[in-house]
Design a protein around this ligand. Structure first.
Ligand SMILES: *Cc1c(COP(=O)(O)O)cnc(C)c1O
Length: 403
């Protein structure tokens, strides 16, 4: 048999996502442990003063100095996620917001211009609208789904473009390839917060994003335990731009959290697919419900960016939003009547969660801005968990029947 016809083991580079999520980035210690070790240590010792000096000059791949700079368990998490995304490198952050702030602040300086989509997670909006302007960075906001607005706002020398691939809570889908083409034409770096799309359903780097940002608190943990974040990009960007900023300003991930999140990655693909199947089922079943003004889910025929989501996403994600016709009072009655869904503000969790954005996550926004973003008084964000989808649908239908 010719060599190339013999069965062969897939090489590490050819592993598919599910294999990478279980085996990627492992650094096994001399004890040969099965489950990744938690190196819950702040510091590292040196055999000699000369070794310490050499390590401070240039730390090798397996050499660590201080947990704020890096840690073996955190490094496993970074390598596993980078391997999944096909990114050259990753820096793990203490939370999603430490990652968003680290990615932006490390690359921007006074006088720079940024273009951002307007429909952002509240804390992302705070960084772009309130913090960056204090340091002399100019930010132009656009409707992320309107390419003409991106084109008009971008100018020669625009330093960066920031967007959430799927917006929270109205689930607008931005055409990443089209925005990246416009941004790259003026030399801007494209940063994508990919939380709602998840690493399972959307490969934003392949679509033209330069930098990917995650809140690992959401689907990557997926079981409501720890905060975490990650910045992914080229080795040059992560090690020369992001790392110096993060390691000196203190936004690094804890080794314990990295261990929890490594375990989360092992089941990420299975969980996201099961949760998205439930979300799609509930969205389809509630579409057209007489008590609802609107059901929003990226793969529904009624979704305004249905074509874009079909092109760039493998599924619709684990979250849908419903707009209850009776406004805030009716929305509160539905939330309070639910027995399986819990009222909280997280998403991507094994437990199904409902959120009333207008009075919680987006409470701070003036009414006019809420209206502009489609955050109506009746809007409820529904994050589907791992429970039985029939039970969840029945829970929602029973609550809706009360209004
Ligand atoms: C939750 C979230 C963040 C912030 O993440 P934390 O881990 O809570 O700091 C940023 N962006 C989006 C889209 C999010 O959903």
């Amino acid at each position: 048999m010719a060599d190339d016809l013999k069965p062969h083991h897939p090489s590490r580079e050819d592993w598919n996502a599910r294999t990478r999520l279980v085996h990627g980035g492992i650094r096994r210690s001399q004890y040969g442990e099965v489950s990744e070790a938690i190196f819950l240590t702040q510091g590292f010792v040196y055999d000699t003063a000369e070794q310490a000096e050499a390590r401070f000059q240039k730390a090798g791949d397996d050499e660590f100095i201080y947990a704020r700079y890096g840690n073996p368990t955190v490094r496993m998490f970074e390598e596993r996620l980078a391997g999944l995304e096909g990114a050259e490198d990753c820096f793990a952050a203490a939370s999603g917001m430490a990652a968003v702030n680290g990615a932006l602040s490390s690359m921007l300086k006074a006088g720079d211009h940024v273009v951002s989509s307007r429909a952002l997670f509240g804390s992302c909006l705070y960084i772009l609208e309130d913090i960056l302007s204090r340091y002399g960075v100019e930010v132009s906001f656009v409707d992320g789904t309107d390419l003409a607005q991106w084109q008009a706002a971008l100018r020669p020398g625009t330093k960066a473009v920031f967007l959430e691939a799927i917006s929270n809570p109205t689930l607008e889908v931005i055409d990443i390839r089209a925005v990246a083409d416009l941004a790259h034409a003026v030399g801007a770096v494209v940063l994508v917060d990919n939380v709602f799309a998840t690493p399972v359903f959307q490969r934003s780097l392949d679509l033209g994003a330069d930098v990917l940002i995650y809140s690992a608190t959401k689907h990557i943990d997926g079981q409501g335990r720890v905060l975490g974040g990650a910045i992914l990009g080229t080795r040059e960007f992560i090690r020369k731009t992001v790392e110096p900023y993060m390691k000196h300003t203190g936004g690094s991930m804890s080794p314990f959290n990295a261990w929890v999140l490594l375990k989360g990655l092992e089941t990420l693909d299975l969980r996201c697919r099961a949760q998205a199947e439930t979300a799609a089922r509930i969205a389809a079943a509630l579409d057209g419900h007489p008590k609802l003004a609107r059901v929003i889910y990226p793969t529904l025929a009624s979704h305004p960016q249905r074509d874009v989501s079909a092109r760039q996403m493998e599924g619709g994600g684990t979250v849908l939003s419903i707009d209850i016709s009776g406004g805030q009072e009716a929305a509160f009655r539905v939330l309070n009547a639910l027995r399986i869904f819990t009222i909280s503000n997280n998403l991507g969790d094994a437990k199904s969660i409902v959120t009333h954005p207008a009075t919680t996550t987006h409470q701070r926004l003036p009414d006019a801005q809420k209206a502009e973003l489609g955050i109506t008084p009746g809007l409820v964000r529904v994050s589907c968990g791992l429970e039985d989808s029939g039970d969840l649908l029945a829970d929602l239908e029973a609550a809706l029947a009360l209004i």
